[in-house]
Design a protein around this ligand. Structure first.
Ligand code: TPP
Ligand code: SF4
Ligand code: MG
Length: 286
């Protein structure tokens, strides 16, 4: 069967604010899956809570809209339950790098074969614009009225320091480039982080489309850039005069699943589901 873009359409339509960067991200992931010809029933989209997390309802694949900060844990579980699925985990910067930071760190270490895309709008969008771990120092918000005191988390440098095998940055304002990045991330065997600059047009009046256009450049156009050079990638991750957008780093390492082949047969998808009596289990809770 040939997979077409419309196969990923849903009847429900997004309710994001007009102009939100999440629209560009939605288009890009649908186009990437189409380009890779991955059928919708072979994809599990596991999302966090936030404006970003609602995307699970608007991409026609299997979807699990999980808990705040728990998308990586749930997505990892889905992958272990059925290793044949393409698992795309999706979170906001609050869910991914705040409340879910521990899960992120350990999933990277494990090199589970999933794609993790983070809508990085530098605010808690759904709860009305509070600062997040990626908000700039000095950022004024309802929860930091005198300006954020902390330095922001650098997700790319953090991922590199943990041995992440695919580290990229995308921009919601350039859906064509983002599609290419997501395609490579989904194809990558191992944990792929795609941090995505995403304008929140309602609450973040600093990091706007114009800001990202002015302050980013396309790393994938640098022909002599060596994506397997960890030190070069770290330099790019730390660059702050202009932010590189593209694939900073990619190497092949055995995945967690590769190193645990025995458990494949025990994956939940292979277990019989007929004639299961859950009565005794339920009795325990009465
Ligand atoms: C455990 C828990 N704590 C707090 C909340 C309230 N809450 C819902 S969405 C959200 C912020 C989401 O921000 P982010 O993850 O950056 O996603 P965005 O809305 O910006 O896409 C918060 C704090 C929650 N749902 N669950
Ligand atoms: S609040 Fe911000 S992130 Fe949420 S839908 Fe509106 S523009 Fe998008
Ligand atoms: Mg956010």
């Amino acid at each position: 069967m040939t997979v077409a873009l419309k196969d990923f359409d849903t009847v429900a339509k997004p309710d994001w604010c007009p102009g939100c960067g999440d629209f560009g991200i939605q288009v890009a992931i649908k186009q990437a899956l189409t380009n890779l010809q991955i059928e919708p029933h072979n994809v599990a989209f596991v999302t966090d809570i936030g404006c970003s997390g609602k995307i699970a309802h608007w991409v026609n694949t299997y979807g699990l809209h999980s808990l705040h900060g728990r998308a990586v844990a749930c997505g990892t579980g889905v992958k272990f339950a059925n290793r044949d699925l393409t698992v795309v985990i999706d979170a906001g910067d609050g869910g991914g790098y705040g409340i879910g930071m521990g899960h992120f760190v350990h999933a990277v270490r494990r090199n589970v074969d999933v794609t993790f895309m983070v809508h990085n709008n530098m605010v808690y969008g759904l709860t009305k614009g509070q600062m997040t771990p990626t908000s700039c120092k000095g950022y004024k918000s309802p929860s930091s009225p005198f300006g954020a005191i902390e330095e922001p988390v650098n997700p790319l440098a953090l991922a590199l320091s943990l041995g992440c095998t695919f580290v990229a940055r995308g921009s919601a304002g350039d859906a064509v480039h983002l599609t290419k990045i997501l395609e490579a991330a989904v194809k990558h065997k191992g944990f792929a982080l795609v941090d995505i600059f995403q304008p929140c047009v309602t609450f973040n009046k600093i990091q706007t489309y114009a800001y990202f256009l002015k302050n980013t450049y396309n790393l994938d156009k640098e022909e002599d850039y060596d994506r397997s050079n960890w030190k070069a990638a770290m330099d790019k991750a730390m660059q702050s005069d202009k932010f590189p957008v593209g694939i900073l780093y990619q190497v092949e390492h055995p995945t967690y699943e590769d190193q645990d082949p025995g458990r494949a047969e025990l994956a939940a998808v292979n277990l019989p589901i007929e004639n299961i009596d859950i009565g005794p289990l339920m009795q325990k809770y009465y």
